[in-house]
Structure formats: structure tokens, C-alpha cells
Ligand binder design. Structure first.
Ligand code: G3P
Length: 220
């Protein structure tokens, strides 16, 4: 399973990358705004900065909602860097745009996915990645991980090449549960990735090892 970080924060991207476990980055307009990035050129420059930090796919989302706008914007994003993946919302125009980008060899990430039906459409259009929003499905008392499982099952049955990229991940447990049901990629905030490190028995065991080592050193 690949690990992407879901943020536009350069320090957090660097921290995850330095751990040696990061395969890519996803962003969205809300995450860019959270970092105070605004203005067309600043946004484009920020994507390039992210691409220079990480050797892997970087999802950059179009803002246009009409087909022509998406195509123009997506082409400009794809020109920024070879690792840019154009993130396109799950709409009728979005599906048409994904089909076009795929025909041009431009990688895509179909976002705002909440059902298996939407997932089938995106795969038929040739999306490189599909982003079902696990946490937001859980928020409305449905089962986000079950949605991932359903889509992974359908894609495997038909041999679709689209990779299921579990998004809207909130906790370390979300990551583990998505791994259990076969998500190809998980994109998560740094807090959820770092949370995977934690176990009280690791802390207790390490403290014990160090204490025993110190005792042995004193008795020599
Ligand atoms: O990748 C999509 C993600 O950023 C949305 O997360 O927590 O706003 O639902 P969240």
C-alpha cells in the first residue's frame, strides 16, 4: 500500500518524507487555503515547491466546474511538473475531462467520491486514482471503510487499473482498516501517519531495555 500525505504544508511534507515512507502528496483547495496560499501564480508556485520536496505523485485540483475550464486548467497544472496528477471532481464534466486527460497521457485523481457507482464511472473514464472520502462517509453514519472494500472488490473483479486512494482519513485506525480491505493508496494527515508509530508496550519495552543497559554498564 502506498502512503500519501494529505496536506499543502511544506514542513509536514518534509517531515513525512524524511521518515522514508512517503510515496506522494494530495492537496485540495481547502488545504491550500489553510496554508494561506492564494492567487493563481502563488498556487502554481506552491505545487512546484511540493513537487521538488517529494519524488512521487502530487495531486493538484482544478477549480473549474465546466469541461473546457477543467481542460485548460488541468493542462496548465500538468505542465508544471512531471509528477503532477490533475485532481478532478466527480461530476459529468469531470468524468469527460478525466477521459480526455487519460487520452493525453495526463494522470488524474477523481475526487469527492462517495459511492461505488461513481467509482465505476471514474474507472471507465480511465482515472489513475479514485478518492473515496472515508471520514466524510463515517461523518454521516455510513461506513467509509466498507465503501473502500466494495470498490476494491469491483475493480479487482473487472481488472480496472484505477487505484483506490482512500482519502478523508482522520485516524491511524482508518489507515489500518483501509489496508485490511486492500486500498492501493491511503492519503492521510501527518497526525494519522505518526499515530501508527505509537504503542505503549513499545515505550515501556524501550525504557526497560535502556534501563537494563545502563545497569549492566554500571556493574562493569
Ligand atoms: O483528501 C480529501 C481530504 O482532504 C478531506 O478530508 O478531513 O476534510 O474530510 P476531510
Amino acid at each position: 500500500m502506498k502512503f500519501f500525505i494529505d496536506t499543502a504544508n511544506l514542513a509536514q511534507i518534509q517531515e513525512a518524507y524524511d521518515m522514508g515512507i512517503l510515496d506522494g502528496v494530495t492537496t485540495n483547495p481547502s488545504l491550500m487555503a489553510k496554508e494561506g496560499i492564494s492567487g493563481e501564480q502563488n498556487i502554481l508556485d506552491h505545487y512546484v515547491k511540493i513537487c521538488k520536496l517529494v519524488h512521487g505523485p502530487v495531486s493538484a485540483e482544478v477549480i473549474s466546474t465546466d469541461y473546457e475550464g477543467m481542460i485548460k486548467e488541468g493542462k496548465a497544472l500538468a505542465r508544471l511538473h512531471e509528477n503532477i496528477v490533475v485532481k478532478v471532481p466527480m461530476t459529468k464534466d469531470g468524468i469527460k475531462a478525466i477521459k480526455y486527460f487519460t487520452s493525453q497521457g495526463i494522470k488524474t485523481n477523481c475526487t469527492l467520491v462517495f459511492s461505488a457507482g461513481q467509482a465505476i464511472l471514474a474507472a471507465k473514464a480511465g482515472a489513475t486514482y479514485l478518492s473515496p472520502f472515508v471520514g466524510r462517509v463515517d461523518d454521516i453514519n455510513w461506513d467509509g471503510v466498507q465503501l473502500i472494500q466494495q470498490i476494491v472488490h469491483i475493480y479487482a473483479m473487472y481488472g480496472y487499473q484505477t487505484q483506490v486512494l482512500a482519502a478523508s482519513i482522520r485516524t491511524p485506525l482508518h489507515i489500518v482498516k483501509c489496508a485490511e480491505v486492500g486500498a492501493h493508496v491511503v492519503t492521510a494527515p501527518l497526525s494519522a501517519i505518526a499515530g501508527l508509530l505509537k504503542h505503549p508496550l513499545t515505550d515501556i519495552g524501550l525504557a526497560q531495555f535502556l534501563a537494563d543497559h545502563a545497569k549492566a554498564a554500571q556493574s562493569n
